[in-house]
Design a protein. Structure first.
Length: 369
């Protein structure tokens, strides 16, 4: 009698029907969210894109027969025509560029400092300090702006404190002069050189571009740093708590001081969080609107005008919907380009040959022993 040997069954892959069923179930669960996002996000964006290329007056449907395609006319009116819309757009870009240039580094550095401070195990009452630093971030921006208008008024608390130490405080929200021009004026420089005043960009001379933020915008810069640092502090705290202590201890054993350990060990490990904080800060700063709307509405002298508020003003106040949409999409392009550039700057770089040789030589010496 011959015995029959049966080969063991191999664990086969799941059948195609099961995989198809999982895919159908996944699409079924995500379909409601995709539909909602499509209706309330994608469709309005596409409609706004069409409006930026049309002469829609704001009445009726933008897809009606009496709405004409005008090509790049709306974009040319704010970037190339040289009229008041171009000058206003250049002024808004200048104001917002200085706002971003100062707010993003300051709020990042302050939030990282606060995170390192409250993450120390020896600090008592860490929860209280974290709550206190985070509290301005969850307060209404409108309420904070109203409070700021009161604190920085001509007779407000800030000027009272400055007066107590012998400093005459400015009339913050009514002073349109740029702080760089104001500083140069103290040493007798009131007019720029011909190379800066004879040419310019978007209706402004280069001397105007280099004026710095106005005194009024400086107050908004301080407010932005005060209100946003708490949020980014929490991101840095979460990242710091996920770092292992073995690398820091090894650096300590090698004789590195506290600053060297932070700069050479801790900060490189925070690069993903740093990229997130810088990206969110960049996007938020270029989209600043509610503080300007509540506070100064672009004044004094349009020195607090921002592209987001200019887009609202052109569309809803001047009823020029095409230019308002065009400003919004130019602002979107600026944010995307700067985010990509920022990602390129913070990318992981390979170790250079010179630094690699610095690590290889001690290893070879150790092996030779």
């Amino acid at each position: 009698m011959t015995a029959t040997v049966t080969a063991p069954r191999r664990a086969g892959r799941p059948s195609g029907g099961v995989r198809r069923g999982e895919a159908i179930a996944g699409w079924a669960f995500t379909a409601p969210v995709l539909v909602i996002l499509g209706i309330f996000l994608l469709v309005p964006v596409l409609m706004a894109l069409w409006v930026s290329f049309s002469d829609w007056s704001g009445r009726g449907s933008p897809f009606s027969g009496n709405v004409n395609f005008v090509g790049l006319d709306n974009y040319a009116a704010i970037t190339a025509d040289g009229g008041l819309p171009t000058r206003d757009f250049g002024t808004a870009l200048r104001n917002n560029a200085w706002y971003v240039l100062l707010v993003v580094p300051l709020q990042t550095a302050l939030s990282l400092f606060l995170a390192v401070l409250v993450n120390r195990a020896v600090l008592r009452g860490r929860g209280l300090f974290r709550t206190a630093f985070y509290f301005p971030s969850v307060t209404s921006s409108v309420a904070i702006t109203v409070l700021w208008l009161f604190l920085f008024s001509a007779s407000g608390a800030v000027n009272q404190i400055l007066g107590a130490i012998g400093i005459a405080g400015p009339n913050w929200f009514n002073d349109p002069s740029g702080i760089i021009h104001k500083a140069l004026g103290t040493v007798g420089v009131t007019d720029g050189p011909a190379a800066l005043t004879g040419s310019g960009f978007l209706g402004l001379t280069w001397w105007d571009w280099l004026s710095g933020p106005s005194v009024a915008m400086s107050a908004f810069i301080l407010m932005a740093v005060f209100t946003t640092s708490g949020t980014f502090m929490l991101l840095f705290i979460a990242a710091l708590q996920n770092l292992g202590g073995d690398i820091d201890e090894a650096a300590m054993m090698d004789g590195a001081n506290a600053w060297q350990r932070f700069w050479r060990v801790t900060l490189p490990q925070l690069r993903p969080t740093l990229f997130t904080v810088l990206t969110l800060g960049l996007i938020g700063c270029w989209q600043v609107f509610d503080q300007i709307y509540t506070g100064t509405q672009g004044g004094p002298g349009k020195t607090t005008l921002t592209p987001a508020y200019l887009s609202y003003s052109a569309a809803f106040l001047d009823q020029d919907w095409g230019q308002g949409a065009a400003i919004a999409f130019i602002l979107f392009a600026i944010i995307v380009i700067l985010t990509i550039f920022q990602r390129w700057v913070l990318r992981d770089r390979p170790v250079s040959r010179r630094r690699a040789r610095q690590y290889e030589l001690p290893q070879k010496k150790e092996a030779a022993r």
